[in-house]
Ligand binder design. Sequence first.
Ligand SMILES: [Zn+2]
Length: 498
Amino acid sequence: MRFRWLLLLPSFLSVFLFSAAVQAGELSFWRFDTNQNRLSFSTRGGGVQPKAQLISDPARVVIDLPGTTLAGPTANQRLRGGIKEIRVGQVDDRTTRIVVELEPGYTLDPKQVKFRGITASQWTVDFPRPQRIGSSPSAPPPRRPPQEESTNFRYFQSLGAKSTQPTLTADVSQLATIESVELTNNQTQLLIRADLAVRATSTWDAIAKAYRITIPGARLADRIRGPQLSASSPVARILLRQQDFRTVVILVQPATGTQIGELNQLTDQLLALQLQQTRPLTPSVATIPVPPPERPGSVLPPTRPTSPVPLPGVRNTRVVVMVDPGHGGSDPGAIGRGGIRETDIVLSIGQQVAALLQQQGIQVFMTRNGDYDVGLGSRVVMAERVNADLFVSIHANAIDLSRSDINGLETYYYSSDRALRLAQTIHVSILQSLDIQNRGIRTARFFVLRKTSMPSVLVEVGFVTGGEDSVKLSNSTYRSQMARAIARGILQYIQQYT
Ligand SMILES: [Zn+2]
């Protein structure tokens, strides 16, 4: 999975959209007909089942298209007659969002918003005429003045060295390169990654109304990776600047309701700025029902109804878990049938494991939360730095492509009894929840198992080369079930043994 990002280059100020590597539908067309108050849109390469909500302050209908990326650039259309504008953008690497925002002081009845899917890739949405708040007895009173800022798409901007600055090319090789700035850990952490050891100082900049991080002995990468900022991001703006030829300054402007915590040095090359959400979500939200398309065809992804096993609650929420999706970046891990890549599968599962644990109040860190390189040593160092109590590495197995008959689950530990118990709990949880062959709990001298001081296990979630496993692991529902089973095992272990 690769993130899509917006990048402003100082030399020629234009916006690039890097297309996502994931196979997904694309929003190829949209149009709002003001005469009929009708939004039409279509996708290509895959159908979609939209999700819609009416959110207040300011009143807006938010339509999310899961599994859909945006074919063109983000766009705005200004309108009249109660509807202020339409914005089309991308909220994450797999979801396109269409926002239909009403003029301040207007609202509409969510029950009168009518979705119609002619096919899974061709939709129309009819909007009722917006009503002035107060003119209808059912209209909710405005809670507070409309916040223009709250639904704007946020941005990430990178500015290179000012052209007046001398460039001493001889020196550049000794400087650390700032490679990426990313929001991780469920948007509670801003990670700054360098290719060499860096030290930073930080302070609140009252004039810029931003947190200023100064990194001496560093330069910005030519194409620096930035986070995907959206209306719900804890950060309103990130500005990167090459202050002089050997100093990088990063300004982080928190969004309303976000408090900036301390700047931690996770590893020599990794800085983490803690972000804390202080504001509960106040706007009212009404779900708008969207019927399935009239002719779904074969383009819709399978949506098997599932009855997930409830996750056990835990009392000891002071436990810190490090989730370690294997591989990443230049190392895709094993490549299996149909070209499926271990790195994508384990990241998808790992992210869901982390989210599920977090929902249960567990403190979770991830060794990686995107498609980039992380060394084995760094993974261990990160776990030790955050004093992780448990380390769970997620991998997918592989053997020769001719051996499609080999499928199944393997869970590894190195030597300790506690690690064995953790391996057993997770292994059994997976076997109970999923239809997968049991290849047993095993010991192995894997680096991350040997070098970590806390109980650590490595789950091989199946064979990307296996005839059965490769099909299952390609299915997002199956991956979610796998993530849930792993999370359940971890929670059971915490409940019983900590
Ligand atoms: Zn692996």
